[in-house]
Design a protein around this ligand. Sequence first.
Ligand SMILES: C[S@@+](CC[C@H](N)C(=O)[O-])C[C@H]1O[C@@H](n2cnc3c(N)ncnc32)[C@H](O)[C@@H]1O
Ligand code: SF4
Length: 241
Amino acid sequence: MDSEIASKGLLGDYRRQRRDRKSDIFIRWKITETCNYTCSYCTAWKTVNKKLPEMPIDRLLQAAEIFTNQFDNISLRITGGEPAIKRNYVELMTFLHSRLDKFVEIELRTNFSFPEKQRAVFSLDWQGKLLYHIGCHVYDKNFRPWDFVETLSQPTSVDYDVKFVSTSANQKYVDAFIDYFIENGINEKYIVVVRDIRDSAEDASKIPPAIQTMASRGELPDDFFKNDFQQESFKREKVAA
Ligand SMILES: C[S@@+](CC[C@H](N)C(=O)[O-])C[C@H]1O[C@@H](n2cnc3c(N)ncnc32)[C@H](O)[C@@H]1O
Ligand code: SF4
């Protein structure tokens, strides 16, 4: 752990939380820039899989220990890259679980790969404080919806959203996978569709194009990441076959 962080702790940013629970601090923690997926629309494209320095796994645990000693009533969002790709992901989640009284909520943003790790986390009693925000990225070769069904059909204390990013190109696939989930017992109320956040960007020239032309991607608008907190889901409408 950097000595400055170890001595001063973390600086936080308070935000009103989506589930209206009162927290003293909101911590958005990007625990990795590495991902096993390559979504062409990824909002984290500037950093994901760019082989940037990664926080060593033992430091992840130290950081968790520091901020859980420093704060109470924490609202934590863990994101990436793909958080579950970390070798000690289960250990980290187990540690956070051991400090559950420090949290009002923990939100995990994941593409739900690594089913054994996910099942280990799902087997703990989170007392409704853990929200899994599960990204269904339908074009990626690693997307395995049957693994999602297997885990989500078991009784669990984890709250979850199954979330699709709808682009103009992928709507019929999104529809097909929503039908697959519903047919396999996932309640429609847990299924969320959001529009590709780039659709609302004012200056189309700033929108990162498809992955093939990554080298020429432009800058994102200044408020790009702010939108992440303001995103509204919408009711899906069936696309004509
Ligand atoms: C960058 S991902 C990191 C976490 C994890 N890898 C995942 O995909 O869920 C963080 C969030 O951004 C969302 N996201 C990525 N690209 C998006 C886009 N173009 N429009 C809207 N949301 C997007 C993902 O669905 C996910 O909820
Ligand atoms: S799974 Fe998440 S982090 Fe990985 S490329 Fe897709 S949107 Fe980006």
